[in-house]
Design a protein around this ligand. Structure first.
Ligand code: ZN
Length: 670
C-alpha cells in the first residue's frame, strides 16, 4: 500500500492560539496561500522573540507554552501547504504552496539550530511536570541534538544550508514524477482484448484512430493485469518505469550527496545510520538484518509461486522458462482464475465506489463507536472533494476531506495528509485522504472499484482515524500521528483486515444491480487468490526496502544508482531487470522515506500481531476495539510505540503472527 504522511516538523514543539472554531474554507488562491504562510511565519517569529526575551527563571508557561504555539503555527503552515501543493487544480497555487513549504522548512531548520532556544528549553525544570510534558521536552531536546544545535557556528550554518537543499531537491524529485505522465498508443481496439468492457468503452480511439493508455493508475493498473497483448504490456511497463528519467537520475544523485554530507557533518557514518536512530528499529544494521530475515523467510514460498506461474505460462508458450515483471500480474490473474475459479473482475460489481465509501464509514463507525456527518457549507479546492465531521456521541473529534479521483497535476498515489494537527483546547484535527479511485463522472456506467482499491481505502482511512483520535493532546510534538515513524503504518495495515472478512464485507459490498451481498464463497476465493503470490510480493517489497537502505548506507560517490538498483534487483527481486528501465527515478518514497522504506513491512509485523487480538475476540468485539482505540490510536506519541503495543496486547510485540500469515494459504471454499 502506498501512502505518505506528513510527519511532524523537526523541532516538534509548538502551538498557536486560534479559537476552537472549525475551519470551513479549504480553498486558497496563490496569493492567499502565500499570505497565510507569511502570517504563520510572522507569528512564529514574534513568539520566538518573546521566548528568547524572557528574563529570570524559565518555566513551562513562559517558555514551553509559547514554544508550543510557535510550533503550531509552523505545523499549520506546512500542513496546509503540503496538502494544497499536492491536490490544488491550479498550478499557481501548487507552486505557492511548494514555495511556502520551503520557507517553513527553512524557518524550522533555523529553529532546530537555534542555540539560545535549545538552552532555554534545557533550563526548564520539568521534573515535577506531568508525563506528557516531560516527554515533549525529552523529544525536543533529542531533536535539537540530532539537528546539530550543539555544533559550532560554521557547522550549523552548513547544516542549515544542507537541510534547505534537501527539501528543494526532494520537491524536484517528486514533481518530476507527478508531472511525468507518459502513454502508449495502440493501433486498434483489438489491442484491448482481455480488458473489462467498461474499460474498453472508456478507451475509444482518438482522432488519430489510436487508443491512448496513460501511466495513470486507473489506466495502467487494469491494463497490466488484464491486457492479453504481452507486447503492449511490455511497452506500457517500459514507459511506466521511465517516469522521472533521466531528470531524476541527476536530482537523486544530488539528493544522496547532500544527505550523506549532512549525516557525516553531524557525526554519523551515513544517512541511514542517522535516520534510523530515533525509530523503533534503532539502527541501519538492524534494518539490513530485518530485510534479510524477511526476504529469507519469503524465498522458498515465493519460488514455489513463481514455478507455478512459469508452468502455467508454458501452456501458452511451451518454451517459457521464466516470468517477467510485465507478465506476472497478467498470468497470476489468469492462473488464479483457473486455480480458484476466480477473477478479480467478478468482484468489481460488488465494489461500486459510493457504496464502498459509505460502507467504510459504517464499518469504522460501528467498530470505534463514532458517527460521521457530511458537512456541506464548506469551500473546497475541487468539486470532487467531500467533507465530513467525526463525532463521539455529541463530541466533535475531528473533520476530514475526501479527494478520491484522479485529476491532472494531482498527487498520483494514495495518502492521508494532515491539514491541521489536533491540539487539545486549541484546534480540532483535520485530515484529508487523497486517492485515485475510479471516478463516477468519468465512466459511462457505475464506477466499479477493484477489491484492492477498497483495501487501499480502508488502509488510508486507518491513518485518518489514528490522526483524529490522537489529535487531542496539549503538545503538538506528541499529538496526532507522532509515534515513531516505523510504527505509523501499523494501524492502517491492521484496518485492511476488515476488508477481507466476509461478514464485514457483506455489510456494504453489494451488487450494484441486484443488491445481493458479496457471497462468502467469493470472499474465500479472493482470499485464497490473494494468498497466492504473497511471498513474491514480500520479496518485491524487500527489494524496494533494500534500494531505499542501500542508496543511503554508504558514501554516494562509491556507487551509481542505476547499477546498484540492478544489483539489488538480482539479489532480492523476484523478476529480472528489464533493460532500459529506471524504477528508482519514479520511486517516490526515496524523497519522503529516504532510507526507511522497510517501515511498511516492520509495521506489518506489528499490525499482524495487534490484529491477532481481534481475530481471537471478534472483528467488532467492543472491549477489544475500545482498548485498541485508547491504547494505540488515542495515545498518539505520548509513549514509545513498543510500550503502547504492550499496553494493548498485555505483552511485548512478537513476530509469530506475521510468520504464520506468511506461511498460510487460505483454501477456497468448495
Ligand atoms: Zn499507509
Amino acid at each position: 500500500m502506498t501512502c505518505r504522511l506528513k510527519t511532524a516538523c523537526l523541532v516538534a514543539i509548538l502551538i498557536a492560539t486560534p479559537a476552537l472554531a472549525v475551519e470551513s474554507n479549504f480553498n486558497r488562491t496563490a496569493d492567499e496561500m502565500k499570505r497565510e504562510i507569511d502570517n504563520h511565519l510572522a507569528a512564529a517569529q514574534t513568539l520566538l522573540d518573546q521566548i528568547l526575551a524572557v528574563e529570570g527563571q524559565r518555566n513551562i508557561s513562559n517558555t514551553l507554552m509559547p514554544m508550543n504555539e510557535m510550533s503550531i503555527h509552523l505545523d499549520n503552515a506546512s500542513s496546509k501547504a503540503s496538502l494544497l501543493g499536492a491536490v490544488h487544480p491550479e498550478k499557481s497555487v501548487r507552486d505557492a504552496a511548494d514555495a511556502g513549504m520551503q520557507e517553513v522548512a527553512k524557518f524550522s531548520t533555523a529553529l532546530s539550530l537555534n542555540r539560545d532556544l535549545y538552552e532555554a528549553v534545557k533550563s526548564v525544570d520539568v521534573s515535577g511536570a506531568d508525563v506528557e510534558t516531560r516527554r515533549i521536552v525529552f523529544k525536543n531536546l533529542r531533536d535539537f541534538r540530532r539537528a546539530g544545535v550543539d555544533r559550532d557556528d560554521k557547522t550549523r550554518a552548513r547544516v542549515k544550508q544542507l537541510q534547505d537543499d534537501i527539501v528543494k531537491l526532494g520537491q524536484t524529485f517528486s514533481r518530476n514524477i507527478a508531472e511525468d505522465v507518459r502513454h502508449i498508443k495502440l493501433d486498434s481496439p483489438s489491442d484491448l482484448a482481455g480488458l473489462p468492457d467498461d474499460y474498453i468503452r472508456d478507451h475509444a480511439p482518438g482522432d488519430d484512430g489510436k487508443i491512448t493508455i496513460t501511466t495513470n493508475y486507473p489506466d495502467a493498473v487494469p491494463f497490466m493485469k488484464y491486457a492479453d497483448s504481452t507486447e503492449a504490456r511490455r511497452r506500457l511497463y517500459e514507459v511506466y518505469r521511465k517516469r522521472g528519467f533521466p531528470n531524476n537520475l541527476e536530482t537523486f544523485g544530488k539528493l544522496t550527496m547532500k544527505r550523506h554530507e549532512l549525516a557525516t557533518t553531524l557525526g554519523y557514518n551515513n544517512w541511514a545510520e542517522y535516520i534510523t536512530e530515533d525509530k523503533m528499529i534503532g539502527s541501519d544494521e538492524a534494518v539490513d538484518e530485518f530485510i534479510n530475515r524477511i526476504a529469507e523467510l519469503a524465498l522458498a514460498p515465493s519460488k514455489k509461486d513463481i514455478a507455478e506461474l512459469v508452468a502455467y505460462k508454458r501452456k501458452f508458450d511451451p518454451s517459457a522458462d521464466k516470468i517477467h515483471d510485465y507478465e506476472s500480474g497478467y498470468f497470476a490473474e489468469k492462473l488464479k482464475g483457473e486455480k480458484f475459479s476466480f477473477s478479480s473482475q467478478e468482484a468489481r460489481p460488488y465494489f461500486e465506489f459510493g457504496r464502498v465509501r459509505q460502507g467504510l464509514l459504517d464499518v469504522t463507525g460501528r467498530l470505534f463507536k463514532v458517527r460521521y456527518e457530511q458537512v456541506n457549507n464548506v469551500k473546497l479546492w475541487h468539486e470532487d472533494v467531500t467533507c465530513y465531521d467525526l463525532y463521539d456521541g455529541d463530541k466533535l473529534l475531528g473533520r476530514f476531506l475526501l479527494d478520491l479521483h484522479p485529476r491532472d497535476g494531482k498527487y498520483k498515489h494514495a495518502a492521508c495528509f494532515t491539514y491541521q494537527t489536533g491540539i487539545k483546547g486549541k484546534q480540532i484535527p483535520i485530515n484529508a485522504l487523497v486517492c485515485n479511485f475510479p471516478d463516477p463522472k468519468a465512466t459511462s456506467g457505475p464506477a466499479l472499484m477493484e477489491h484492492g482499491d477498497a483495501v487501499t481505502f480502508f488502509h488510508e482511512f486507518g491513518h485518518l482515524l489514528h490522526a483524529i483520535f490522537a489529535g487531542h493532546h496539549d503538545w503538538i510534538g506528541i499529538s496526532g500521528i507522532s509515534t515513531e515513524w516505523d510504527f505509523v503504518e501499523a494501524p492502517s495495515q491492521m484496518l485492511e483486515e476488515w476488508c477481507w472478512n466476509p461478514e464485514v464485507l457483506q455489510m456494504f459490498a453489494k451488487h450494484h444491480e441486484t443488491d445481493e451481498p458479496i457471497p462468502a464463497s467469493m470472499v474465500a476465493k479472493m482470499k485464497a487468490a490473494s494468498d497466492f503470490g504473497k511471498a513474491t510480493w514480500v520479496r518485491q517489497q524487500m527489494f524496494y526496502a533494500s534500494m531505499s537502505l542501500n542508496f543511503h548506507n554508504r558514501d554516494p560517490v562509491t556507487f551509481t544508482s542505476t547499477d546498484l538498483m540492478q544489483e539489488l534487483t538480482a539479489k532480492y527481486a523476484p523478476y529480472d531487470y528489464v533493460p532500459d528501465t529506471y524504477m528508482h527515478c519514479s520511486f517516490g518514497h526515496l524523497n519522503g522515506y529516504s532510507a526507511i522504506y522497510y517501515t511498511y513491512m516492520w509495521s506489518l509485523v506489528i499490525a499482524k500481531d495487534m490484529f491477532s487480538e481481534f481475530e481471537k475476540n471478534g472483528f467488532f468485539h467492543e472491549e477489544t476495539a475500545m482498548r485498541y482505540r485508547r491504547a494505540i490510536l488515542s495515545s498518539g506519541g505520548i509513549d514509545d510505540a513498543a510500550n503502547l503495543v504492550k499496553q494493548f496486547l498485555g505483552r511485548p510485540y512478537r513476530f509469530d503472527a506475521y510468520g504464520k500469515w506468511l506461511e498460510s494459504r487460505a483454501k477456497p471454499a468448495s
